[in-house]
Design a protein around this ligand. Structure first.
Ligand code: NAD
Length: 366
């Protein structure tokens, strides 16, 4: 048994982990890596894996069941559409689309072709996330006061220099929306929406954005966003890529009878460790038996895409004054540290408030 015929598109960045994952499933006889597509080419792949410069050439030459797409954001929709129209199911990396219009376009392709489109929000397949969502739904933390997501990350110059699209709002006239909220820390917002049971496109009532940047980029690297969901929950996102040291992101449920902290990268609620399903394995199981639900069908990223749309249409990020930034490192290691950013993120999270509302000195209020 060789399993489903899988192709991976975009293999030199995060896509390398998808190539390794298909190899793992191949050992178990559940999948076979038949081809990859990347304009940079490829080497070191198992014998027999065909290499193409683009997905169109790959699909013209090779029959595939599943296409894993791990390419720059602005290429997601055309590539996913190509794959689904060729009859393949898709595992599409997050964020699935750069705008609400693209989301609607892709949703129409899913409906028209009847293909499966799983989105790479792997934290949505964590038992920790799903367990905490069930606890919230059952009222185990009492009345919901709100949900906050915090991200204190470090990204150096080399991160923004690795590709043309990195840190861009638009590129060559096409939306990219590669900012802290919508890309590197996208899982935090998506998980917060899942905890509220508000993943659908109509589950979000309003969104306020405050975008800032310390890096010489177009997009935000330090931001607060407040979402009010249709059921009335306040979700506050406070994130930075300019922290003093890199820490795991967390999503905090504030209930009248207690607080619970989800550390989704480690599948933890508080100190308790949970398991995690694999999104490609889940897609293969869904192909074999459509009664097996996908963890992250495209439709379950509609609420998240409303946030992408709000960030896309927001004014350009405000520049954090140089006096509020310390720079460390040289060349590719150079990185900004925004003064006391951890303190202001924690306060924003506790008070469900935007940075300017709590008077962060580098915010619009300062
Ligand atoms: N799920 C996660 O935790 C996670 C983590 C990192 C990145 N990602 C996502 O993965 C995607 C890729 O991010 P990255 O950081 O690896 O980007 P990257 O720019 O570092 O790598 C992209 C790769 O795609 C290739 N590529 C570009 N255009 C292509 C095309 N038209 N056809 C085929 N290949 C093409 C590039 O040559 C490169 O190998 C993004 O959507 C990103 O958000 C997800």
């Amino acid at each position: 048994m060789t399993g489903a015929r899988v192709a991976v598109v975009g293999i030199h960045g995060h896509g390398a982990s998808h190539v390794r994952n298909v190899a793992r499933l191949a050992e178990a006889g559940r999948a076979e890596l038949v081809a990859v597509a990347d304009p940079q080419g490829a080497d070191g792949l198992p014998a027999g894996v065909k290499v193409f410069a683009g997905l169109d050439e790959l699909l013209a030459a090779t029959a595939v069941d599943v296409v894993v797409i791990c390419t720059p954001i602005q290429t997601h929709v055309p590539l996913a559409e190509l794959a689904m129209r060729a009859g393949a199911d898709v595992l599409l990396e997050k964020p699935p689309t750069a705008s609400l219009a693209e989301f609607e376009q892709l949703t129409a392709v899913v409906e028209e072709t009847g293909r499966a489109c799983q989105v790479g929000f792997q934290a949505q397949a964590s038992e920790a996330t799903l367990k905490l969502a069930a606890m919230v739904a059952e009222g185990q933390l009492g009345e919901l006061r709100g949900i906050s997501a915090t991200g204190k990350w470090v990204r150096k110059a080399q991160y923004f220099q690795r590709a043309r699209w990195s840190g861009r709002r638009r590129l060559d006239g096409i939306d990219v929306v590669d900012g802290a909220v919508t890309n590197p820390l996208a899982h935090a917002t998506a998980a917060a929406l899942l905890l509220d049971g508000s993943t659908g496109v109509d589950d979000v009532r309003s969104i306020e954005t405050e975008l800032y940047r310390a890096n010489p980029i177009e997009s935000d690297d330090t931001s607060s966003v407040r979402i009010t969901t249709s059921r009335g929950t306040t979700i506050l996102i406070a994130v930075t890529l300019c922290a003093t040291e890199h820490r795991e992101a967390s999503v905090i449920v504030h209930g009248s009878e207690g607080r619970a902290v989800l550390t989704y990268q480690s599948d933890l609620i508080g100190e308790t460790k949970y398991g995690r399903a694999d999104l490609l394995e889940n897609l293969l199981a869904h192909r074999a038996d459509p009664a097996v639900p996908l963890y992250v069908p495209l439709a379950a990223t509609g609420g998240f895409t409303r946030v992408v749309e709000a960030v896309r249409t927001a004014p350009d990020p405000s520049v954090i004054p140089p006096a509020q930034i310390d720079w460390q490192g040289e060349g590719p290691d150079r990185r900004p540290i925004v003064h006391d950013v951890e303190h202001w993120i924690d306060r924003a999270s506790d008070e469900l408030a935007l940075f300017s509302e709590i008077g962060a000195p580098w915010s619009r209020a300062g």
